[in-house]
Design a protein around this ligand. Structure first.
Ligand code: HSE
Length: 406
């Protein structure tokens, strides 16, 4: 029997308890021994909860208990999560976490600490909710050099974009639903402004390229500027709007960004709707591989956490090598990357096309009957820098979105 402690009895923490209880027998078979939840750390009490007797408020009780081999950190945030996790690893305990902020910021340090102590720091649930992506990158796709990862990595924003398109929902109503369903972060700006996806692509890039990709260096743009008019025009062009987290190795340089992008039905991420996440990975010998599944929510995230607990039980006191060194990877400038751009602009095509084509060259422009005094066009391929220069010469631009190449 392996004793574990869970730090945080919120959405994910209670999900971990539920998964262990629901699938206790099959998990025990796969792990080779049973799991005993000895403690749950939380500031609150849960008087009517069957787990109340496990609740403790003092972390030292857990830290000083030699019977505890595995600590499951599902509190989120950096403080006190970082202090608690570091202290646990220093004691030789293994840690499983779903905390993407913690992993993105301190991943390489905590991995090195676990290695020094012959324990493990495991974080499958930090990216993609229930989708296995960390273990495949670290243990399965090891024959390949990864040259590209493109993902829909945030369930909340994908849910909002889907609801706006399919039901004509307002942005705020769709967000409220995502919050009620337990997908959104405590501060939903982390989802909407792309910070959550940014941390996740930083984690995947660090693992894929074996060094430290700092999330502060990643160009990040969210979906708060996307309106229903953008959705209508882009639909008419045959595109879906997705918040794409992208990481590409081009001529030895690594380019990482998070931003809304337009994709056509030829793109494998086109049909990823609702809270689902999709992660497309390209390896230099394997070619393309795609991961798809529930990207957020209590039980999918808890499922990934429990899969790490099982992995840890199978590797107690044996370090699972993780290739993520502390050496910083300098990222390429996205201003040099080339793309087409969708532009939504005030006016009528007949009045403005000549002016636009003088600046951009031939564009593909459309109007929609229901939208008065606005139209949209797609530019030829330009660098980001060229687009910004040209855009400044035009008045009345309502929005612009990058078009992802096929
Ligand atoms: N807020 C996150 C999302 C939760 O919506 O994807 C899962 O990390």
């Amino acid at each position: 029997m392996v004793n574990i402690a869970i730090l945080g009895y919120g959405t994910v923490g209670s999900g971990v308890v539920e998964v262990i209880q629901t699938n206790y027998d099959s998990i025990q078979k796969k792990a080779g021994q049973g799991i005993c939840i000895k403690y749950i750390l939380d500031l609150r009490d849960f008087p009517n909860d069957p787990m109340q007797e496990k609740i403790v408020h003092d972390y030292d009780i857990i830290l000083n208990d030699k019977e505890i081999n595995i600590i499951v950190e599902v509190m989120g945030g950096l403080d006190p999560a970082y202090r608690f996790v570091k202290a646990a690893l220093e004691q030789g305990k293994s840690v499983v976490t779903s905390n993407k902020e913690l992993v993105a910021k301190y991943g390489s340090e905590l991995i090195a600490l676990a290695k020094a102590k012959n324990s493990n720091f495991l974080f499958e649930a930090s990216v993609g909710g229930g989708i296995p992506i960390i273990r495949p990158l670290n243990q399965s796709l090891t024959a390949d050099e990864i040259c590209e990862i493109i993902g829909i990595l945030n369930g909340t924003t994908n849910y909002i974009l889907t609801k706006m398109k399919q039901d004509g929902s307002e942005f705020a109503d769709a967000l409220k639903e995502a919050q009620e369903l337990g997908f959104a972060e405590r501060d939903p700006s982390a989802d909407i402004e792309g910070y959550d996806a940014c941390r996740k692509i930083a984690i995947l890039s660090s693992l894929a390229y074996g060094g430290q990709v700092d999330y502060e260096d990643i160009y990040t743009e969210g979906i708060s500027q996307i309106t229903r008019n953008d959705i209508w025009f882009t639909q008419k062009f045959g595109y879906e709007i997705k918040l794409l987290a992208s990481s590409k190795k081009i001529d030895g340089k690594i380019y990482v960004s998070v931003a809304p992008a337009l994709i056509t039905e030829k793109n494998p991420l086109y049909s990823v709707f609702g809270v689902f996440n999709g992660i497309f990975v390209k390896g230099n010998v394997l070619g393309d591989v795609m991961f798809y599944g529930s990207g957020a929510g209590k039980l999918p995230t808890a499922s990934a956490v429990v899969s790490d607990i099982v992995d840890e039980i199978k590797h107690l006191h044996t370090n699972i090598m993780t290739s993520w060194a502390s050496k910083k990877i300098e990222l390429g400038e996205i201003s040099e990357s080339k793309k087409k751009f969708f532009v939504r602009i005030e006016g009528k095509i007949k009045d403005r096309l000549e002016e636009i084509e003088r600046i951009f060259g031939i564009v593909n422009a459309i109007e929609i009957e229901e939208i008065e005094n606005e139209f949209a066009f797609i530019t030829p391929i330009l660098t980001e820098k060229e687009f910004i220069q040209k855009k400044e010469r035009l008045s009345g631009i309502c929005n612009r979105i990058r078009v992802e190449s096929e």
